[in-house]
Design a protein around this ligand. Structure first.
Ligand code: HMG
Ligand code: MG
Length: 335
């Protein structure tokens, strides 16, 4: 990535929808992903392989993955899909779906057979790929509430996932939740704890750490302190992404602090959708439209068409019957 290029990881289909109480059809979820692809986004977290008892809304993620592997659009750019999972069971489920007949992932055959996969061409295979995201947290209480284990146990669960992913050539991204405040342990998460976990996860084989402000308790000063701690721990800025929820309206300003510290990868959700079911009171992710509007105003490139993206935000919010949380999205639509 050049210094002027920003990577946006669109988490709307996963983080954005996981907390919605109403039933959302798999067709709507697939349509959301397909509409997002057309905006120029290059990374989309499209679903999760977690326990349906814990997060019922994500129960049909396997159908989304199956659809994508069979109907892969032709694109002129690389596109990555990410799939969130907490344990070996989720990982095995993900691999099973990925490797179903008709799917050419993760190792496409040298010459794809047209009769097995009528909609797939060699350029399809080149233009998109799949990755997994694992997740743990910087406090014991949040880890317990979110995944029913300790931080150490969460890392143990990742070990076989990392080993198998390495063997398969599959990239793994890792989230650290509550990095700037915890709903159970208070607003002052120890930056040192986040840095140690990040080093651990990178050493285990994650290629990037998404440092998450789950609660939106982050402020510019706390963000700067956290980034300094990550730097002091020897972590390369290229290996960090920031994931802000906007509960207190600080996500954009925190993102600008991160930008000044050299961070070039950010997670966000179209329309400002989102929230974690295990973080009471936390609201949506920072809106992708707001981030894109701001980055473009600074002369930075995201590869995303803001008008198209704003139309997707408008569409999904209408589908959900909810007001659009993206200021830039609404303003762009009103132009
Ligand atoms: P547990 O209850 O301790 O698990 O939950 P278990 O191993 O005892 O299994 C219980 C049942 O779940 C069993 O089924 C398992 O088979 C099944 P039963 O025998 O009772 O019928 N099960 C699964 N089913 C499908 N997929 C799986 C799976 N694993 C077990 N992968 C567990 C432990 C980790 C499974 C659970 O706590 C869980 O799924 N947690 C996920 C919670 C979650 O998805 N949270 C939101 C995503 S994280 C987030 O939003 C934060 C983030 O955005 C960053 C930020 O903002 O902070 C990433
Ligand atoms: Mg989140």
């Amino acid at each position: 990535r050049s210094n002027n290029n920003i990577e946006i990881v669109e988490v709307g289909p996963r983080d954005g929808l996981q907390n919605e109480k109403q039933a959302i059809s798999v067709a709507t979820k697939i349509e959301l992903v397909e509409r997002l692809v057309k905006t120029g986004l290059s990374v989309i977290e499209a679903g999760s392989f977690v326990s349906p008892k814990w997060v019922p809304q994500m129960a049909n993620s396997s159908e989304i993955l199956e659809h994508i592997t069979r109907n892969n659009p032709q694109l002129d750019r690389p596109l990555k899909y990410q799939w969130l999972l907490p344990n070996a069971k989720g990982f095995e489920h993900f691999l099973t779906v990925l490797n179903r007949p008709g799917s050419a992932y993760p190792s496409p055959p040298a010459s794809p057979s047209p009769d097995k996969s009528p909609t797939r061409t060699t350029s399809d295979v080149k233009s998109s790929s799949h990755e997994v995201s694992i997740f743990t947290a910087a406090t014991e209480s949040f880890t317990r509430k979110n995944t029913n284990c300790s931080i150490a146990e969460s890392l143990e669960r990742f070990t076989p996932i990392m080993t198998e992913s390495t063997n398969l050539g599959l990239n793994v991204r890792a989230y650290i939740s509550v990095a700037l405040g915890c709903p159970y342990e208070g607003p002052n998460t120890d930056p040192q704890q986040v840095a140690e976990l990040a080093v651990n996860l990178l050493e285990m084989g994650a290629y990037q750490i998404s440092v998450a402000d789950t609660t939106g308790m982050g402020t510019p000063l706390k963000t700067a302190d956290l980034l300094k701690a990550l730097e002091a721990a020897g972590i390369d800025k290229k290996d960090i992404s920031l994931h802000f929820h906007d509960t207190y309206g600080q996500a954009l300003v925190n993102s600008m602090v991160a930008l000044e510290h050299g961070i070039r990868s950010f997670d966000s959700a179209v329309g400002g959708l989102g929230g974690c079911p295990f973080s009471p009171g936390a609201t949506g992710n920072v809106a992708t439209e707001d981030m894109v509007h701001c980055f473009h105003s600074l002369g930075l490139q995201t590869g995303i068409d803001l008008e198209k993206l704003s139309a997707v935000g408008d569409w999904i919010m209408r589908q959900l019957g909810r007001p659009n949380d993206s200021r830039a999205g609404k303003a762009t639509m009103a132009q």
